[in-house]
Design a protein around this ligand. Structure first.
Ligand code: NAP
Length: 280
């Protein structure tokens, strides 16, 4: 059984599904089988990164599956240690070699690493790689408004998407509002908090029971109704299907507000504030 996932159009015209598969920790033969299973269940957006060391696994799943490459949207990300222009260009090429792909649909700068102050150079490399046909759409992750403003001011090009930490305990209201004003899509990483914060709380349990859905389904529906693209990771075919079976019910305004109200200023999973946290 497979399920059809609605799509949204990014500011550069690329259409992507509103739910994709997170692939962090899906590696090797077992990982390829999990990703292949997700594609067969209906996933068309796969989120990977150079630093996950699984672009090869994603490429293998794409070759094994029955869906043409042209129907899939595949993402990878540039690591912090390769922000320098020439290094960024070769990292993008290396990402493609690893996956044995001709192009990525989305390529994102993984973290801004502001103390290094090289993310504009990295952005220029992504802009050029898009012109060369290596990438269809370019975006960022974990960029604060001030970082995005610099990209736009210094290159004239704004990202199509910003992938940020977003879940009920950290709802990113201000950042999402900024994205809306700029017509930049919001993508939610760790939409379930990676299991690191307990989602089995009364508010979510009660809503789930009301619709005969699971807590993860209610949480993903909340992301969808916020307008955010979620990328839940699951290795399990059953849970993969569960996570995309969210398009047959609606949360009402009160329920949306009560889930958003679970958010706390210090609700990040691991205190990774992009103003100071850096990853290489
Ligand atoms: N840009 C960034 O800086 C950044 C940072 C972190 C993550 N990401 C991306 O975001 C993706 C998702 O985030 P994440 O992997 O950190 O965590 P997540 O998607 O919030 O949670 C994944 C965990 O939830 C479990 N799970 C999934 N579906 C479930 C269900 N229906 N019921 C119960 N448990 C379920 C998974 O276990 P099973 O596999 O056993 O189902 C796994 O342990 C990553 O894989 C990665 O692609 C990006």
């Amino acid at each position: 059984m497979s399920s059809r996932i609605p799509e949204i159009t990014l500011n550069d015209g690329l259409k992507i599904p509103v739910v994709g598969l997170g692939t962090y920790s899906l590696k090797g033969s077992k990982g390829a089988a999990s990703i292949q299973s997700a594609i067969e269940k209906g996933y068309r957006l796969l989120d990977s990164a150079y630093n996950y060391e699984n672009e090869g696994t994603v490429g293998e799943a794409v070759r094994r599956c029955s869906i043409p490459r042209s129907e899939l949207k595949i993402t990878s990300k540039l690591p912090g240690r390769y922000h320098e222009y020439e290094k960024a260009v070769s990292a993008i090429q290396e990402s493609l070699y690893r996956a044995q792909l001709d192009y990525y649909d989305l390529y994102l700068i993984h973290w801004p690493n502001p103390s290094k102050d090289q993310y504009v150079e990295a952005w220029q490399a992504l802009i050029d790689a898009k012109k060369w046909g290596l990438i269809r759409s370019i975006g960022v992750c974990n960029f604060l408004p001030e970082h995005i403003e610099r990209l736009e001011k210094e290159t004239g090009v704004k990202p199509s998407i910003n992938q940020i930490e977003l879940h009920p305990f950290f709802n990113q209201a201000e950042q999402r509002k900024y994205h809306e004003e700029k017509n930049i899509a919001t993508q939610s990483w760790s939409p379930f908090t990676r299991g690191l914060k307990d989602l089995k709380i009364d508010t979510l349990q009660e809503i789930a029971a009301r619709y005969n859905k699971s807590i993860p389904q209610v949480v993903l529906r909340w992301h969808y109704q916020l307008g955010a693209i979620s990328i839940p990771k699951s290795a399990s075919p059953t849970r993969q299907l569960e996570n995309i079976s969210i398009f047959d019910f609606d949360l009402n305004e009160e329920e949306m507000v009560s889930i958003s109200a679970l958010s706390q200023p210090d609700g990040r999973i691991a205190n990774q504030d992009p103003a100071v946290y850096e990853e290489f």
